[in-house]
Design a protein around this ligand. Structure first.
Ligand code: RNT
Ligand code: ZN
Length: 425
């Protein structure tokens, strides 16, 4: 039997098996194809960006490790690599850009002078490929971030520079939304914090409120751009104190009615974000997720198909929160093929959503409501070995994307024919 036929037959059997427990696979496939996940451009070049001036990524509390050959060196290569990865991920998605991915030609344009014209190539590429674009002001890898403070800096000129940058970025994001017809999420993450114990935990937070208020002053239509703020527990060089903590941004997002961004790597190592989702969405309009996989610390490993990931997707699907939760990936592993890194993470996130959609929700909910916790446990456990893989491979086939165990061959060919040629130059 050829692979195509085998995938179809496996699907037909799986479909019957799911129908027996009240799940309609065809309907699920329609639902999952509506989900856009946001592929973070920065995995493709180790968060380097296209600014010419020399700068240090760890001036910003993050770090990339690894030296796998073939990373993208310019916008054309980065888009080429993103296109390759996107061809291996079923569905229509978004790409997440940072301000440092502006294309300014020979000119040096300071971050507070960036505008949408510097993203014209990204916009036309996105339009051609039916993609949305998300955005992030870049508050790291810059001389005005080298003392560890940006929006909450004690220096007025530093704060004002970053406020101007963030205001420009909101306008750029707004243009992305208008020009592409897909809402653009504009996420603020700042590295601000102290390496050692501060005396005043309050003062930087007071300054951060003022800066954020100034950034968000201009009203923007939410159908084009959505503001988000991302918290963190600690970073490299901000081990003792981070201005933008979880409590700070949760309260701020509530007050301003904007999105809260939860990065899975930004909490205590044993703290998961899945149980936060239902509580937060009772009070907030929406969430942005930066799905990552921290190992021992916020290490930004490629998203794997873990219980943590599955629990996040289950919460989103069981609570019918798909419209309110914006899903983005955020990791940077430079020790493996970068196209595979994107593909593995994105496919895993989609797989976990698919698995959640294939749960026999109706029956389990009924058991729970009746207080039949024995049956609830039994059904949840049985669901773990349900033939999700057969549905997944069929879904890939319907979207002209290689199934599991076939896509990696394409990455290998791309490495041989494209990436390896980059080493010599
Ligand atoms: C850093 C944050 C932030 C960055 C990206 C590059 O800890 O997670 O989201 O990873 O903006
Ligand atoms: Zn993040």
């Amino acid at each position: 039997m050829n692979a195509e036929k085998r995938i179809e037959n496996a699907y037909l059997i799986a479909k019957e098996q799911f129908a027996e427990i009240g799940v309609d696979c065809d309907k699920v496939l329609k639902e999952i194809s509506k989900i856009r996940i946001s592929l973070h451009c920065w995995q493709g070049d180790d968060v380097a960006g296209f600014e010419k001036s020399g700068k240090n990524l760890s001036d910003g509390g993050i770090q990339v490790t690894g030296a796998y050959p073939g990373k993208a060196r310019n916008p054309e290569e980065l888009r080429q690599d993103l296109s390759k990865a996107l061809s291996l991920i079923p569905g229509k998605h978004k790409v997440n850009l940072h301000a440092i991915y502006a294309e300014c030609g020979a000119k040096t344009v300071e971050r507070d002078e960036l505008d949408v014209s510097h993203f014209a190539n990204w916009i036309s590429w996105a339009r051609k490929n039916s993609l949305g674009l998300d955005f992030n002001p870049t508050f790291f890898a810059h001389k005005l971030a080298s003392d560890g403070f940006t929006l909450s800096s004690g220096k007025k000129n530093v704060r004002e520079f970053w406020i101007r940058h963030a205001r420009q970025c909101r306008k750029i994001s707004n243009e992305f939304g208008k020009k592409l017809g897909v809402v653009s999420v504009n996420n603020i993450w700042i590295p601000d914090g102290y390496k050692d114990t501060p005396f005043s935990r309050l003062a930087p937070r007071q300054r951060l409120i003022e800066s954020l208020d100034a950034i968000l002053e201009e009203p923007m239509e939410k159908k084009y751009t959505l503001d988000a703020v991302e918290s963190k527990l600690f970073g490299i060089g901000s081990e003792s104190y981070v201005t933008g903590s979880h409590e700070f941004y949760l309260a701020y997002a509530l007050r301003k009615n904007i999105l809260l961004c939860l990065d899975t790597g930004h909490f205590h190592p044993t703290e998961t974000i899945s149980d936060k989702i239902s509580s937060l969405l009772l009070f907030l309009d929406g969430l942005l997720l930066h799905v990552s996989r921290g190992i021992r610390w916020d290490s930004d490993h490629v998203v794997a198909y873990t219980d943590d990931l599955r629990a996040i997707s289950e919460e989103i699907v069981r609570g019918s929160h798909l419209a309110q939760v914006h899903l983005g990936l955020d990791y940077f592993d430079a020790s493996i093929n970068r196209i595979a890194a994107w593909t593995v993470g994105a496919r895993n996130l989609l797989k976990s959503l698919l698995a959640a959609m294939l749960e026999p929700a109706k029956i389990i909910r009924q058991m729970e409501n009746e207080g039949n916790y024995t049956a609830r446990l039994a059904l949840l456990e049985d669901a773990k070995l349900a033939p999700v893989g057969a549905v997944w491979n069929f879904y890939c086939a319907t979207k002209n994307v290689p199934p599991d165990s076939a896509w990696m061959k394409e990455v290998e060919a791309y490495e041989k024919n494209v990436l390896s040629l980059r080493q010599s130059s």
